[in-house]
Write a protein that binds this ligand. Structure first.
Ligand SMILES: Cc1cc2nc3c(=O)[nH]c(=O)nc-3n(C[C@H](O)[C@H](O)[C@H](O)COP(=O)(O)O)c2cc1C
Length: 189
């Protein structure tokens, strides 16, 4: 029996990087919210490579990651094959602090699909301690807006990203600064 509390997964939404495998065997990674509510575990997925992969091969791995650059790369670009390692034939991120693999049951919707999750295996590879850092949190908020900006466009997203960028400048470290530099590069701003 896998105890998700040991992975810091509690009620609410935990931001993880989900790895999946395409029908052609190509690994993919993208940030996704892992929902835990009333005993249920699920993803809510917009149309994306992650959804295509889960529909064709109903397995997904939630990688727990604390590197802001990895979040930016996986959200806004294709990862390199060297970013992945395969465990029992399924991709996980080399840099994951821990991962949980799930069997998936998809309820396909027109815009949003709900993917119910059952844990099947897991591993912890690092016990890094990380205090709350507002710069890191600001990168994540900016990145959510960046993923909307690349789909919808609009000044309001750029304004919000600018606000979070200032917070990163105040509270972040080198990795958060690098993440914001890359974010702006990948959205073409
Ligand atoms: C912190 C964060 C959380 C996200 N959560 C979700 C989510 O729960 N569901 C979703 O469909 N997209 C979510 N996204 C957006 C996807 O990561 C983004 O659309 C990504 O480009 C999809 O990549 P893919 O086509 O390789 O699957 C999130 C993005 C960020 C930065």
């Amino acid at each position: 029996m896998i105890d998700l509390a040991e992975f810091g997964i509690h009620e609410g939404i935990s931001e993880v990087i989900v790895t999946t495998l395409s029908v052609n065997g190509v690994p993919n990674a993208a940030p996704v919210g892992l929902h835990k509510k009333d005993g249920r575990l699920f993803f809510r997925l917009f149309n994306s490579k992650t959804l295509d992969n889960v529909l064709s091969r109903p397995v997904a791995c939630a990688n727990i990651v604390d590197d802001p650059v990895l979040f930016v790369r996986s959200a806004l670009s294709d990862m390199d094959s060297g970013d992945f390692e395969f465990v029992d034939g399924f991709p996980v991120l080399n840099e994951a602090l821990a991962w949980i693999r799930f069997r998936c049951e998809c309820k396909k919707g027109e815009k949003i699909s709900v993917v119910e999750l059952s844990p099947v295996s897991c591993a912890v590879t690092s016990l890094t301690v990380r205090p709350v850092n507002r710069g890191f949190n600001a990168v994540i908020e900016a990145l959510v807006d960046a993923t909307r900006y690349v789909v919808f466009g609009g000044q309001k997203y750029l304004d919000r990203i600018g606000y979070y960028d200032k917070l990163v400048g105040k509270c972040g470290g080198g990795r958060e600064m690098e993440a914001m530099r890359l974010l702006y590069e990948l959205i073409g701003e």
